[in-house]
Design a protein around this ligand. Structure first.
Ligand code: ATP
Length: 591
């Protein structure tokens, strides 16, 4: 049996991929993912022949199609979608490969472990684990999973086997897709989870359109799950956050609109793909906009700066494949990175947009970055559960220490603490957005408890609004908000000040139990390597007294740290975040 699969990325010119799919639609209707839904009229397609109009799908077009209508641009099909390992892949090649993967999955007798996800397509909502290095194959794996009716579960490359097993067992993964480099370990993990395993076929450089006799049906799949992302576990055991095709569509459109992603953009991508920042901001939204994404295999300060320099070799010139957008500035890039490479600032200056988020951007880092690169970083706020909700503007004032204002279509509310009198303007941030997740996987009670009665998601982050209506994130109530002698303090605010000290390269502030004050402001600092060497040479130590003497003009007395630890590094996860809850637990127990 054969089927026509109508595929469309935003801007991919009326494409139907024609494939022979054994038994594809014998029992079930086929479907389209949000990034692969057909345009208003779809057309037969081959790489060599022009599209022909076909309008049989119009009546089934839903909200997703509105997204594509608004986002429509012609002639993206042969543009570069992905660059990786010195190879380029067009949108057509990527989609062709996704269709192959869908066929591969559909042709396999997948036993859907615990259907729970809500079934559609051949895979009926089966969870497909994807463990692949950042590559065209990873993208094709996700799209192919959606095309076949599965739920993609991107798995962390950095996770030790026990954590991988937890996530795979928890999400009842039926099938693991992997690239060669992880083949051996993943095969054994898959076996232990009773899941099938396959290597993702390499995305080919040629497109073949073959054999078409039958047209598949399109079901309305918007509310069906598409993706499960596991939280990083900084506030407890990792939970599976279920996103639907509809929430993904809403989000990619929101981001592409707000930050004006276009077909002219080229993204340098060096973030993990099992986390929303790397997956949505730097991959799915750019692809939705018809942009190119270049994967850098590993986060490397030197290589990132080098790539910018190649993009703009001499001030005023621009390479064809010049990077235009970068998201993911963190302290590694701004401190040792920029100092070591400040001579190449003119190149960095010419990028269209530089963004950061996922954790607080300390003001000293923002200012230093602006001095060196000329970029006022765009900081935004997001969370696995709703992806991105609040952002500083693309055009207009970006305010240091704030995350800007809610995106159009996003509602936010601050739930003030009634016990605190409810007059401070500070409280828990609650979010309602079309990009909100559907549920925590297999945790109905936790899901219920994390929403207000009128459908706002309770973020667990403390927040206030400044005089210009910009939102200021004060931190996680569970880890960043300290209660010291009756005062409620934000660890993020104190960190931002401590980072201004010339000797401090990194720091982390949190409360440890204190019998007199409830909690004690405790700081771990990592010293700048040069300063550390000087201190060692002069046989002196970086003391609490010295730090507080310096900080007393900048912080109120009750905000000054009363405990100090000088460490060689901070324990960070793949996203560069410190798990404060775990640190508090360990250090609290040591006392
Ligand atoms: N711009 C920002 N400023 C301050 N904090 C931020 C910012 N962006 C994100 N965050 C923090 O990151 C959190 C969301 O991150 P994510 O969804 O990855 O969860 P996590 O904290 O890493 O893991 P877990 O949900 O398991 O605790 C937010 O709730 C907020 O505390």
């Amino acid at each position: 049996m054969t089927a026509i699969i109508h595929c469309s990325f935003k801007g991919l010119n009326h494409v139907s991929l024609l494939l022979r799919l054994p038994a594809f639609n014998r029992h079930r209707s086929s479907y389209f993912s949000p990034l692969l839904r057909p345009p208003f009229s779809s057309a037969s397609f081959s790489s060599s022949s022009p599209p022909q109009t076909q309008s049989s799908l119009g009546s089934e077009v839903g909200t997703i199609m509105e997204v594509f209508k608004a986002a429509w641009r012609p002639s993206v099909a042969e543009r570069i979608a992905i660059r990786a390992d010195q190879k380029s892949y067009t949108y057509t090649q990527l989609l062709s490969s996704a269709c192959n993967i869908s066929r591969l999955l559909s042709g396999t007798d997948i036993e859907v472990n615990n259907k729970g996800a809500g079934g559609h397509g051949n895979l009926g909502g089966a969870r497909i684990g994807i463990v692949a290095k950042p590559s065209a194959e990873f993208v094709a794996g996700v799209l192919g999973t959606w095309l076949g009716g599965g739920v993609a579960v991107p798995l962390a490359l950095s996770h030790p086997e026990t954590e991988l097993l937890h996530v795979m067992n928890d999400s009842d993964i039926s099938f693991v897709l992997s690239t060669e480099d992880y083949s051996e370990s993943m095969q054994s993990v898959a076996t232990r989870c009773a899941a099938q395993f396959s290597l993702i076929p390499p995305v080919s450089n040629t497109f073949s359109s073959s054999n078409t006799t039958d047209e598949s049906q399109i079901g309305e799949i918007d509310e069906n799950p598409a993706l499960i992302i596991y939280t990083s576990g900084t506030t407890g055991k990792p939970k599976g956050v279920v996103h639907t095709h509809k929430s993904i569509s809403a989000q990619v459109k929101m981001l592409a609109d707000a930050w004006e992603y276009t077909t002219n953009d080229q993204f340098l991508h060096c973030l993990p793909l099992h986390h929303v920042h790397g997956l949505f901001n730097a991959l799915l939204a750019p692809l939705y906009a018809g942009a190119s994404v270049e994967f850098m295999p590993k986060f490397s300060v030197r290589s990132i700066w080098q790539r910018w320099r190649e993009s703009y070799p001499i001030n005023g010139t621009k390479a064809d494949d010049a990077i235009t957008v970068f998201t993911g500035i963190d302290t590694r890039l701004s401190s040792n990175g920029s100092r070591a490479t400040s001579c190449i600032c003119p190149a960095a200056r010419q990028l269209r947009l530089m963004m950061c988020g996922s954790s607080a951007l300390p003001q000293p880092v923002m200012h230093e970055w602006e001095t060196i690169t000329g970029h006022c970083l765009l900081e935004r706020y997001g969370m696995t559960e709703f992806v991105m909700a609040i952002s500083n503007p693309l055009k207009g004032a970006r305010k240091a220490g704030t995350v800007g204002k809610p995106f159009p279509g996003v509602q936010v509310r601050i739930a003030e603490d009634k016990n605190g009198g409810g007059t401070t303007g500070e409280g828990e941030l609650c979010v309602k957005s079309p990009s909100l997740f559907k549920e925590y996987w297999k945790l109905p009670q936790v899901t219920k408890e994390s929403f207000t009665d009128d459908g706002f998601f309770k973020t667990g982050d403390a927040c206030r609004v400044d005089e210009d209506g910009y939102y200021v994130i004060l931190g996680r109530t569970s880890a960043d908000i300290m209660k010291v002698g009756g005062y409620k303090l934000s660890a993020l605010e104190i960190e931002s000040v401590l980072l201004q000290h010339p000797d401090i390269a990194e720091c982390c502030v949190f409360g440890l139990p204190d019998k007199d004050y409830g909690e004690a402001v405790s700081a771990i600092v990592v010293l700048d390597s040069e300063q550390k060497r000087k201190l060692e040479e002069s046989n002196s130590a970086f003391s609490l007294e010295y730090l507080c003497n310096w900080a007393k003009d900048k912080l109120a007395p009750y905000k000054l740290p009363t405990r100090l630890m000088v460490w060689d590094s901070l324990p960070r996860n793949a996203m560069g975040k410190v798990n404060k809850k775990e640190l508090k637990r360990q250090l609290g127990n040591e006392k």
